[in-house]
Design a protein around this ligand. Structure first.
Ligand SMILES: [Fe+2]
Length: 233
């Protein structure tokens, strides 16, 4: 028997009558505004235990499922019912950077963007040395790959309190920068290539106060250099 769409209301009316309820007749109503949250937590690009033993499944579970999720939830609360809800995450970060009465919006949007970017820069059995044009650019910019690693670790360890260490493209130059709290190269006109989260929640369960060991493990075993190279194009 072929399906006929008109059959459904007929059947519903019969069902309503069978239960003693008259089927209400209503004029068409306007569609209510969407109550769906503007932003969603993006899934991790790998399994929660994929980065073990360098980042434990427990750390990754809390970091992504609790911390990153909380930034997404806070951002959704802040933008709900405002014109910000219709803008992209990147637009919100750029437009609220340095705006005194938009600090909470910038902090949560920045942290959503930073974490989403951080996950992409890692993979199982990553780390080591990049190849090709990326390696050449790094060697040209920092003198050698070891000098790059040294400078990246120094930035990550030298970031006082919470923040991020980054490899960025600033104009045509590769640079290592550090940012505090939710600050991000996106807000400074730089192209992020790689980041390491140095908030304590990123490493404390696995490394306690040994931030330097976490950053060394990040460079030696976790960096997804293919992702970094893709950002250079
Ligand atoms: Fe984090």
């Amino acid at each position: 028997m072929s399906f006929h769409p008109l059959r459904i209301p007929v059947l519903l009316s019969i069902a309503a009558l069978a239960t003693g309820l008259a089927a209400p007749v209503r004029a068409a109503e306007p569609t209510p505004p969407s109550t769906a949250p503007a932003f969603q937590l993006p899934p991790l690009p790998y399994a929660p235990d994929a980065l073990e033993p360098y980042v434990s499944a427990k750390t990754l579970g809390f970091h992504h499922g609790k911390h990153h999720q909380a930034y997404v939830d806070n951002l959704n609360k802040l933008v709900a019912g405002t014109p910000w809800a219709g803008r992209s995450l990147e637009q919100i970060v750029v437009d609220t950077a340095g705006v005194a009465d938009a600090t909470a919006l910038f902090n949560n949007a920045g942290q959503v963007w930073n974490h989403t970017f951080f996950w992409q820069g890692m993979k199982a059995r990553g780390g080591g040395k990049p190849t090709g044009r990326l390696l050449e650019r790094i060697e040209k910019s920092f003198g050698s790959f070891d000098a790059f690693k040294e400078a990246f670790v120094a930035a990550a360890v030298g970031q006082f309190g919470s923040g991020w260490a980054w490899l960025v493209l600033d104009g045509d130059a590769l640079k290592i920068v550090k940012t505090a709290n939710a600050d991000t190269p996106l807000a400074h006109g730089q192209t992020a290539l790689l980041t390491c989260d140095v908030w304590e929640h990123a490493y404390y369960l696995d490394y306690q106060n040994r931030r330097k060991d976490f950053v060394a493990a990040f460079l030696d075993h976790l960096v997804n250099w293919e992702f970094v190279a893709s950002r250079l194009k």
